[in-house]
Structure formats: C-alpha cells, structure tokens
Design a protein around this ligand. Sequence first.
Ligand SMILES: Cc1ncc(COP(=O)(O)O)c(C=O)c1O
Length: 284
Amino acid sequence: MVADKKVYAFIHHEFVPLTEAYLHISDLAIQRGYGIFDYFWIQRGQPLFFEDYLDRFYQSAGLMQLPVPLERRALREKALELIRLNNFPLSGMKLLLTGGYSESGYEPGTPNLVLIEQAVAYPEQENVEKGIKIITHEYQRELPAAKTINYNMGIRLIGQIKEKGAQDVLYHQNGIVTEFPRSNFFIVKQDNTIATPAREVLKGITRKNVLDLAAATYATEEGNITFEDVQQAKEAFQTSTTKRIVPIVQINDTLIGTGKPGSVTLALLQQLEALEQQYIDQTK
Ligand SMILES: Cc1ncc(COP(=O)(O)O)c(C=O)c1O
C-alpha cells in the first residue's frame, strides 16, 4: 500500500504538515469574516501567471488595509518552496491573509498569512461539451476590486441554483450584468465582438488572458452589458482559474444563440490551454 502523501502548508512563518495548520479562534477571519485571498494553479511545478496573481493579492490586501507580513520577493520564494516540498503533478495554491488575532474581536491584529496547496483535477468536460444554464440575481459585491473571503451571497444562493436546475448565478444591478460569485462573464455578439463587463467586477486573471487572446482575432469591448445584450448574443461563457472557459447556453428561461456551446468560445478555450503550455515552457 502506498503511504499517504505528506502535504505541507505555510503558516506562522513556517512550513508545517497541513493537518497541523491552525489559526486561533480569535482571528478576525473567524470572528468577522475579514480577510482576503488569491488562488492560482501550478502545473509541472510552475505557478501559472504567477506575477498577475501576486499583483492582485497585494492589491486586495491594500484595499482591505491588511499589511502583508512578507515582501513580494519573500512571498514568492515561500510559495515556490512549498511547491517544491509538496511536489504535486497538478495543484492549486491559496494565499490567505486574515485580519489577525483580535482582542476586541473587531479591531484588526497582525494579519496571518497562510499558504495552502492541494492537488486538483482538470475541470469536468461535461460542462464544456454541453454548456451550462445560469440564473440571475440582483447583487453587488462590496469591494469588487478586492478578492475578499466574503462569499456569503454566492453560498446562500447554492440551493436556489440547484432548485432551478442551473449551475451558476450571474449577478446584476438594474439589469446590467457584472460577474458570477467565482468567475467572470463574457458574451460573443452577433458580429463576433467579445464583450465583458468593465465596472464593479473582480478583474479575473483568466478574464485578462482571454481578452488578450481574443484581441488577436476579434474586436473586444469592456463596458456595460445588459440582459438584452445577453439575450441577443451569439454565445456566452464564463472564465476563472479553475474552470478556464465554460460555455453558457441558457440564462433563466432564455436560450443563448443556438442553445449549444459556440465555436468562438471553444476556440478561445483551446487558445487558453495553449497559452498555459507556452507559459510553462517559457518559465522552465
Ligand atoms: C468574484 C470573482 N470574480 C471572478 C473570478 C475569476 O478570477 P480568476 O480568473 O482570476 O480566477 C473570481 C475567482 O475566484 C472571483 O472570486
């Protein structure tokens, strides 16, 4: 029998077995849900698009007034050391920064920085092959540019999504769509323009990569997208680190385009996979 692999985490400035990685209950993340994080994938020992995720991590920390206890270069080194220690073939790493131990349970302490790495699997092909159905919900995240640990609304909507036979929920404000709880939204217009909401959204790293790839072939637009725009679109899809690109074929009761995953969406997915490979080959 193969012994269970020992997995390490970085916490309180040291590497410890994941099973021993604890935060005290006085942490503001537990007391008030105050903290930020970021999350990226590691393929063959290479953190994909690492600098983009580090940029966003420090930006989220700044927006939430949480000083990061490690400078960027030191944080990068710790992440790479953890990757070497764990040696997963394919994994995801979470950089978590909490409000810290708080005596009053309200005022921030010294932020706790935690690095967790876990094995992951490539996304299920079924969603890509069939496309997904989404519902909509009126909601605006409080600090859209920050990747905070507050997913209250998304988690509260899990039951409703399942009841409606859908796979995700798209947030909107007065009929102007923004983002999903954990991914960004795109449409392909009838003239093949690739459009994505610009305001009040988290600037996803996958969103950025897809916009760059799309710009080589199509017109791209970052701006307001209404329900009407979505209904008239030829294709729609969502993007995120873990999902890459997933075609959307139905929004509430309305089919999008032909009701099947579109060719522009699937071509962009292939290009994104190729970009990942290119990144790994170049940074080796
Ligand atoms: C609110 C929100 N929007 C978009 C995304 C997608 O971002 P990325 O492509 O960097 O994973 C995420 C990722 O978790 C998110 O939480």
